[in-house]
Ligand binder design. Sequence first.
Ligand code: HPA
Length: 283
Amino acid sequence: MKPISPTAAAVQLRQLSRSRPTLALVLGSGFHHAPARMAIERRIPYAKLSGFPPVGVSGHTGELILGRLSGTSVIVMSGRAHFYEGHPMERVTFAIRALAEFGIQDLLLTNAAGGVNRNFRPGDFMVLSDHINFMGVNPLRGSDAGSPLLQRFVDLTQVYDPKLSALLHRAGRAARVKLRRGVYLAVSGPTYETPAEVRAYARLGADAVGMSTVSEAIVARQCGLRVAALSCITNLAAGLGSSPLSHAEVLATAGRVKAVGANLLENFSKLYSPTRPEGKITK
Ligand code: HPA
């Protein structure tokens, strides 16, 4: 079977909308309220775009939303494919490649995460300073590293762009939200961690643990996108709180702070201005 190409999906996207945003937002739990603040120009269900994944997690619609957020033209991914759903990495990261081909320069990834840092509380927000890929796979693994034109040995010294991250902190100050800063450790899931794993991850330098974002960030860097990422700390990681973990708790916290998450994205979009693309990291 011929593999479905991100370029073909980008062509479809260009045919379906006249918007040409340079900023893309990927919405995780806690950030799902942002579209309610948008002047929406077009909604495109993933099912209309070849190669886009079906979305299995509740709370997200599985569509691209084009429009303006605080006056800035954006494309929003409402829903993402997770590795724990059984998708190969190629599919988990397909949309990022398609967005890069579409002309996106800057990517803000958001997610829900468990707080590993003992100072964090449910409902906090954390700007990612770096990550630890503990998923057991790398999305660039393969005979052509996901793309015959792009580099395989991608430098990850600075995955999360300092300028975009500074914008997130400014967005936090404008929203009067104290943003945390820290290292996100990605696991494959879908189980939550054991307390022993959480203690180990803390010793490794993790501040939060989650099941997404890292593979998308890696592929985005390969494509030459500037990346920033923001976690909504929905729960204390296993063993740090008094109750067992549940998806219901994650969704409850995400629901409680959804207005804060939307404010942060709104302020970020307002402060954002496109920069000259640094170009793809080609071979
Ligand atoms: N662990 C992993 N992923 C998560 C968690 C967690 O505690 N909370 C939200 N996503």
